[in-house]
Ligand binder design. Structure first.
Ligand code: HEC
Ligand code: HEC
Ligand code: HEC
Ligand code: HEC
Ligand code: HEC
Length: 182
């Protein structure tokens, strides 16, 4: 795991946290005051990939671990969030307010209803794990773009049949109708 969290007592009381990743030119997620202009669907909790995967360098697979073993990469459960947010309360009022929503959802056993960003029609089959196995766990960006820099996830690939088939041609993968269509 890349992220190391230090929680000296002073930090615990002020509900702040420091990450000890000490590279000086580490990516810094911007402060965002107007969320209305962000691309992609608005989510029930303003969960920022540019903070988690970008600034704090939490690996994609830490949360989306099932991407390599299942057809559905899956969205992490609140239990995964609370592994950190039991302690991490946020360093700004905005972060604190959003993290409060995470804690309330956990307390009330009401998982957030995340809005799906990438979705194929039901008649097309996409075995996620086969792609990761062959293209590697670093290949997320090939299809999902630079998620580490996204405050809110947006769709960057068309997900059209031509997009699938073009890459299959380049990689000498089957274009047999029945592998993608039931
Ligand atoms: C700390 C946990 C966490 C990490 C780390 C993380 N994600 Fe996510 N991811 C989520 C959550 C929660 C959602 C659902 C909310 C949303 O869409 O922002 C999500 C949604 C997504 C989606 C949209 C899914 C859909 O609805 O179609 C993609 C794509 C994605 N993540 C890719 C990545 C990639 C690529 C990385 C690494 C660069 C990454 N994630 C790292 C928690 C995480
Ligand atoms: C490995 C530790 C870790 C995990 C797991 C994690 N977070 Fe975070 N999260 C952080 C850190 C570090 C910050 C930055 C805190 C700060 O400085 O304000 C943060 C900030 C946040 C914030 C405020 C900034 C923002 O993104 O808008 C929200 C909301 C949040 N997390 C939600 C979640 C949710 C929901 C999950 C589970 C899907 C999750 N976190 C999982 C470490 C984690
Ligand atoms: C070859 C292209 C491709 C690659 C590489 C890829 N994805 Fe996806 N991903 C997709 C497609 C297509 C969907 C929509 C699948 C569907 O609707 O059945 C998707 C869906 C998702 C979802 C939403 C699934 C859900 O259950 O809500 C997440 C999260 C996700 N991908 C994360 C990742 C992560 C993390 C990686 C890297 C480890 C990755 N993807 C690599 C194409 C890709
Ligand atoms: C690599 C995967 C893949 C292969 C191979 C493939 N398709 Fe598709 N197809 C898709 C996806 C994904 C969609 C849904 C997105 C879209 O409509 O472009 C789709 C959509 C379609 C549609 C609906 C188009 C529409 O506008 O609603 C038809 C019809 C279709 N495919 C027929 C075929 C036939 C016939 C073959 C074999 C010659 C084939 N497909 C091979 C992935 C594939
Ligand atoms: C970035 C390149 C890339 C894109 C984009 C891509 N694929 Fe693939 N796909 C591959 C590779 C490489 C394999 C071969 C994996 C293996 O060898 O097991 C594969 C394998 C598959 C398989 C399994 C084939 C078999 O032999 O059983 C299916 C089904 C599939 N892809 C569907 C899709 C669909 C549907 C889309 C579009 C929504 C898509 N793929 C987009 C690269 C891609």
């Amino acid at each position: 795991m890349v992220l190391i969290l230090t929680l000296p007592p002073a930090v615990l009381t002020s509900q702040q946290v420091q990450t000890t990743s000490s590279q000086p030119d580490r990516y810094r997620a911007p402060v965002i005051s107007d969320t209305g202009n962000l691309k992609g669907p608005r989510q029930p909790i303003f969960f920022r990939h540019d903070i988690h995967a970008g600034q704090d360098q939490i690996p994609c697979m830490y949360c989306h671990y099932s991407a390599a073993i299942s057809s559905e990469p899956g969205i992490p459960s609140l239990q995964t969030c609370m592994g950190c947010h039991q302690l991490i309360g946020g360093s700004t009022p905005t972060h604190q307010a959003e993290i409060q929503k995470v804690r309330a959802a956990w307390r009330d056993r009401k998982p957030p209803e995340w809005v799906r960003v990438y979705a194929l029609p039901g008649f097309a089959r996409f075995p996620h794990m086969r792609h990761i196995k062959r293209l590697g766990t670093g290949a997320c960006a090939t299809c999902h773009g630079d998620v580490q820099k996204m405050p809110q996830v947006q769709q960057v690939s068309t997900l059209r049949m031509g997009w699938c088939v073009r890459c299959h041609m380049q990689n000498n993968v089957t274009r047999d109708c029945s592998v993608c269509h039931y």
